[in-house]
Design a protein around this ligand. Structure first.
Ligand SMILES: Cc1cc2nc3c(=O)[nH]c(=O)nc-3n(C[C@H](O)[C@H](O)[C@H](O)COP(=O)(O)OP(=O)(O)OC[C@H]3O[C@@H](n4cnc5c(N)ncnc54)[C@H](O)[C@@H]3O)c2cc1C
Length: 387
């Protein structure tokens, strides 16, 4: 039996979207400008997000999650990002970490870590994959984990780790043998483990309310129970996690683009004069809304496939690529159409423009998405019915 197309969220998906919209309006939006100006880590926002269960959206209820699914997660991320992109970096990564532990962890690992990720006892989780010179190509990583009779000792340096200042749990990828991707394993490392040193946050152009730090591992000892799945399976875990993560980034980018479009539409209605009658304004509104709608559809399709248990790698990559590029184009176009009004620091558009840029970089740059998609399409296009 075929499944009919249905563009309507279910009642429970809609409920989470509404709840996220309300939380965004009440808590995140009023603080977003100050968070951007002052920088730092959004502790209070995250405590409220955790209280609402939004750090474990696609996690079983038995482990403290909402079990609301990937579509609801995407809708929630967009609503939160429409108010505060910085907060959603930590939210997105933490959800990704919770899902990784659910999917690849043993029962003991799940019970030890997932409830603490969901209810905020860990503050948030973090994803420590990238290194200097090994971002687009994580198989080139140099961080090592050496086996001992008590477990493992990790040595090396990670770069650009979101929430690195405050996360209570890190998934850390390290080389356990030579041999490229097959020599990489993943470990669950609590933030207070001796030998794990959190570096100073980067001073960034955007997402200034999200900390991005290096992490140093100096003889960092963890027990056997820290190894996620089996030795040598880390690269596969990272790639699968990033598939889901890209739905999150597509949703986040969409939210940032909508924030800029909200400001633009408000400015058009405000006047003075009949701004809505000006052709350049109409074109900017039309192109922006259309690009963001296309991004929304691609993102929800990827989330829907994930929720059905189908392969969604290609669709998640398209969602991330389209979402991030559309949102970047929209923020730039809105700024141009509004002129100096959009450059004022009390207007969210200039913040959106700074925040949105990195969506084309993290969790796989646009160039890397195109390479992966291009290879996949060359191999499979036309072989599947309907392609
Ligand atoms: C704010 C922020 C937060 C981040 N958070 C995290 C996090 O939480 N955890 C984590 O593990 N990482 C994180 N990252 C790292 C991020 O995922 C990497 O920066 C990203 O994957 C790019 O890797 P790179 O920095 O090594 O750049 P490079 O790989 O050196 O890329 C530099 C440029 O070269 C291009 N390029 C690279 N290879 C090719 C190619 N084969 N063909 C064409 N062009 C190419 C890239 O597209 C890019 O434009 C974060 C980064 C930022 C900026």
């Amino acid at each position: 039996m075929t499944t009919p197309f249905d563009f309507e969220p279910t009642a429970s998906q809609r409920a989470l979207q509404d709840e996220a919209r309300a939380l965004a309006a009440e808590v995140l939006a009023p603080r977003a400008a100050a968070l951007d100006r002052e920088g730092g880590f959004p502790h209070d926002n995250l405590a409220r997000v955790a209280k609402a269960g939004m750090l474990g959206v696609n996690v079983p209820k038995a482990l403290g999650g909402l079990e609301a699914g990937a579509v609801a997660y995407s809708l929630m991320m967009t609503e939160l990002a429409r108010a505060c992109a910085s907060t959603t970096v930590a939210v997105g990564v933490s959800n990704m970490v919770a899902e990784v532990v659910c999917k690849f962890g043993t029962r003991e690992q799940q019970q030890a870590h997932v409830p603490k990720l969901c209810d905020g006892r860990y503050v948030v989780g973090a994803f420590a994959l990238s290194e200097s010179g090994a971002g687009s190509d994580p198989a080139g990583m140099r961080t090592r984990a050496r086996r001992t009779d008590r477990g493992w000792v990790i040595d090396g340096t990670k770069m650009w780790i979101s929430s690195g200042t405050d996360a209570g749990l890190f998934v850390v990828w390290a080389r356990t043998s030579d041999g490229g991707a097959r020599g990489i394993s993943a470990f669950l490392v609590p933030g207070d483990t001796p030998g794990l040193v959190r570096g100073k946050p980067e001073h960034k152009m955007g997402l200034r309310g999200s900390t991005t730090t290096p992490l140093e591992f100096h003889g960092c000892e963890v027990g056997d129970e820290a190894l996620l799945d089996a030795e040598g399976r880390g690269f596969r875990i990272a790639m699968m996690a990033l598939d889901g993560g890209r739905i999150g980034i597509g949703s986040q980018a969409l939210g940032i683009g909508l924030c800029a479009l909200d400001a633009f539409a408000a400015w058009v209605r405000q006047g003075p004069g009949p701004r809505a009658a000006e052709q350049h304004v109409q074109w900017a509104l039309a192109d922006s809304a259309m690009q963001l709608d296309a991004a929304r559809l691609l993102t929800l399709r990827a989330a829907w496939l994930k929720e059905r248990g189908d392969n969604f790698t290609r669709e998640a990559s398209m969602a991330k690529l389209q979402g991030s590029e559309a949102a970047n184009a929209v923020c730039a176009r809105v700024l141009e159409a509004m002129g100096p009004a959009a450059l004022r620091m009390d207007c969210p558009v200039e913040r959106c423009l700074r925040d949105v840029r990195v969506t084309m970089i993290y969790e796989g740059t646009s160039e890397v998405q195109r390479i992966v998609l291009g290879r996949d399409i060359a191999r499979r296009f036309g072989e599947e019915r309907g392609a």
